[in-house]
Design a protein around this ligand. Structure first.
Ligand code: HGY
Ligand code: MN
Ligand code: MN
Ligand code: MN
Length: 408
């Protein structure tokens, strides 16, 4: 039924858009690379016989009518934007799998009671601006227009980027879906971790998604001459930042479940022979339990202030985004379990350490996810890889899950 070769070909084709000389893919929201990816997927959606449109947030949507056109829609999809120098499966696999599911239904004359909409969400990763999930937040009606003033590293705001992409930021509220209008949201995604590989299984059913916070730390000291300033007289913000980052690692390790990462750090002015004036870095802190995560954050903040005092540097923090941990619904998990049984696949459940658009939709409808095994658990890297066989297993599970939800 599913045409695995077609899915794989499309994945490889899409994987060339935004390819960097470093080997990874950079496809940031509202850029020409993301536009090119959307155009290609829109063409695939048309081939699949879907009615294709973009909503006010730039979410690309392909709709298959149901026999009961007033029935709440089953939403299936993921995202097309990437992190810097990322992989080719994170996001596109879920979008292309959703297209393949509906194209297979149309090609075999399969009718469903509920309409089905395939969605490619705008800016899931948050790589360009200070927060992500712009498209799914807009669909959930959880995005205020003042947040569209946040700027990227070149001083371009979300609103300006939207305008450049032909969207009117003032209309973003129109992307919001009415409560009750969506029956469920299902996303196929690579696991991006090692659990399925260690269990030696191709697919898994997600139980819940960890909650994250992004906190920007600014450490201000005093710029001075690297050669003429004795060590005891320095107010060096970079050494203080290094100590704070060490504390982050210690505090996260202690709970055994929390993960803390500093992937982005800037030193100002950045001269070799200048003791830095200021250092900025962003903490990404996650746990399936928000209370545990927030306790760790509090402890990090307390120790950061102590380090600041000891080193006579000023430490300030700013919350960039916070997403609560969410549970996947029994409705979607059970549909996915039935699908695995139908296909003779093990039923294996696991949590998601990575965050996903479903986190934003949990107030709108029941959500659920199906994971496909990641080779060596690697993601957000050019080395991200899943085999054709595992992707095919995942899309077959997605097919039966969506069929169950859209006909039941
Ligand atoms: O950061 C994440 O967990 C996701 O890839 N946006
Ligand atoms: Mn993703
Ligand atoms: Mn990602
Ligand atoms: Mn996602």
């Amino acid at each position: 039924m599913i045409q695995e070769e077609r899915l794989w070909q499309r994945l490889m084709e899409l994987g060339e858009i935004g390819r960097q000389p470093t080997g990874g893919i950079t496809r940031l929201s509202f850029t020409k690379e993301e536009r090119a990816a959307k155009e290609k997927v829109a063409a695939y959606m048309k081939e699949a016989g879907l009615f294709v449109y973009e909503d006010a947030a730039g979410n690309l949507i392909g709709r298959k009518e149901g026999t009961d056109k007033d029935a709440p829609v089953v939403l299936v999809g993921s995202h097309l934007d990437s992190v810097y120098n990322g992989g080719m499966f994170d996001g596109p696999l879920g979008v292309l799998a959703a297209v393949e599911v509906v194209q297979t239904m149309n090609e075999n004359g399969v009718e469903t009671k509920h309409p089905i909409e395939v969605v490619a969400f705008t800016d899931e990763e948050g790589a360009r601006f200070r927060f992500g999930m712009i498209g799914s937040r807009a669909m959930a009606g959880a995005l205020s227009t003042d947040e569209l003033n946040y700027q990227d590293a070149n001083g371009v705001s979300v609103a300006e980027a939207m305008q450049e992409a032909g969207l009117n930021p003032h209309h973003i509220g129109k992307a919001a879906r009415k409560p009750g209008s969506v029956k469920a949201y299902v996303e196929l995604h690579i696991e991006q971790g090692r659990v399925l590989e260690e269990a030696n299984l191709p697919v898994g059913i997600v139980t819940g998604i960890a909650g994250l916070v992004w906190v920007k730390f600014t450490v201000e000291g005093k710029a001075e001459h690297a050669g003429a300033t004795p060590m005891p007289l320095r107010r060096d913000p970079l050494v203080a930042a290094a100590q704070i980052i060490e504390v982050i690692e210690q505090e996260a390790k202690e709970t055994g479940t929390t993960v803390g990462t500093v992937g982005q750090l800037h030193v100002f002015p950045g001269g070799i022979n200048i003791i830095p004036e200021r250092v900025e870095f962003v903490l990404d802190l996650r746990d399936l339990d928000a209370a545990v995560r927030d306790n760790v954050l509090q402890s990090i903040n307390e120790q950061a202030q102590k380090i600041g005092k000891e080193r006579n540097v000023k430490v300030t923090t700013e919350l960039l985004q916070e997403m609560p941990p969410v549970l996947c619904s029994e409705l979607v998990q059970n549909a996915a379990k039935e699908a695995c049984q139908k296909l003779g696949l093990d039923v294996f459940s696991l949590p998601s350490g990575a965050s996903h658009d479903g986190v934003q939709l949990v107030g709108l409808c029941p959500i659920g996810m199906i994971f496909v095994r990641s080779q060596d658990g690697v993601s957000h890297s050019p080395d991200e890889w899943s085999t054709k066989e595992d992707c095919a297993a995942g899309v077959n599970v997605l097919y039966h899950t969506v069929l169950r939800l859209a006909t039941g």
